[in-house]
Design a protein around this ligand. Sequence first.
Ligand SMILES: [Zn+2]
Length: 463
Amino acid sequence: MRVNVHYMLRSNGTGNFTEEGDQGSGDVSGGPGQVWAEAPVANDAASDGYSFAKGMLWAAIIQSGSNPPMDLPVGNTTPNPPKKIDYVLNGVYFHRDGSQYAYDPVNYNTPPAGTLATTQFNTYGINKGSEVNIFIMAQNDAVPNRFDSRGNEIRGYTFTSGGASGFGYSANNIWLKMGNLWRLHLYQRAHNNGVDQTTAWGAGAMFNHEIGHLLGLYHPYDINQCADTPGVQAGNNLMISGGSQMALTPCQIGIMQNELSTRYQGYATCGCRPVNSFFTLAAKCYTPGQPWLTMDARGTWSDNGTSASYTIQPVDINNQPVPGSTPTTTSCNALGRFDMVAPHVRLRVTLTVSNGCNTHSSTKYVDSECITAPGARTTRPSHYSVYPNPTIEQFTVTTDAAPTALPEVHDAQGILVAVAQTSSSQEGALWRTTYRLVSARPGLYSVAMGKGSARTVVRLVIQ
Ligand SMILES: [Zn+2]
């Protein structure tokens, strides 16, 4: 089964794993009745969302590949055949969306935050008919301690009790959610000299449990659908709640395999694990001092010898290779960061992923144009347009505020070129300002305008 992992973050990018680390515990300041009593831990770049997703899927694969004998009922001789369920991590996504970020452990039916709410899946699900989408949710920040329908206390901040939870739902499509893994991870780091050795493993176990639900299994202590399972909330059967149980009975495996071969046939590929190159850009941004672009979902990963490389070719506005340029090919982690080149260029990026099963490539055209000030992660905060485009010599920029400085114009080689303002006028809510290049020559240019600390770039063609 192919799996997409989605991280839900606050709109400002805090509150979960990111493309570049786990952000440390500075953000976890404690909620009502809770205290972050541990020494704070700094951002761990090795604990980025890609690595965590990979670790979680690795754990799920390892545990799905094992089926220990059941330890209940005592003395049982129930066979323990292979489960024959395996996973490929197809993509990792980061969504900065405060309206869908939180996970409410109490009102778990309530959109948008509830476990059962389809909101995140509807908005961000990828390849819904053929791939499993899992949403790594955060927990509501400031909910007071409350009590569920059974009278159990639900803490506002459950990270101290390891309150990760997940729930499978299979009405129309396959998706699941897990709550609070990020805080659990930070809690583990704070307790273990900055290292988290358990959260990804436990998340993999939870993932397998939820896949069990998706493929038709109930908790045997709720509905004992199989005669070969003990109907109690104890033992090592995968479908009881709790720790890292792994055992499945022949009846349970039969139900799951039957679902996979009938209702969920489109989600399964039999035989080896085919990798799939697939990537998008999280943000078309170049940060001064950081000569790379962070790319989102950089191809699939499986544990059987996945290798990957990417080829970068500078192209012109028509996606044709820039004369004199040569493509460069670099090997990379299929889920690793792509090192990029200078800003103000257009690139063709081809990602190729292969393993012992297959080889797959995909191509994306990238403008390394969006510039942000250090620390800013905004993509396109200011809205403006440049016209006519292509133009002969003068071009007009419309902005939603009076321009306070000349735009920065770079040529195709990234060299700053001189620009002069010729006129400016306000029309309704818009300002129209006309500029010209002091020594205009035909070619491809980028026009950068700022708003606050963030800047946006639009390409300009001079004919
Ligand atoms: Zn369950």
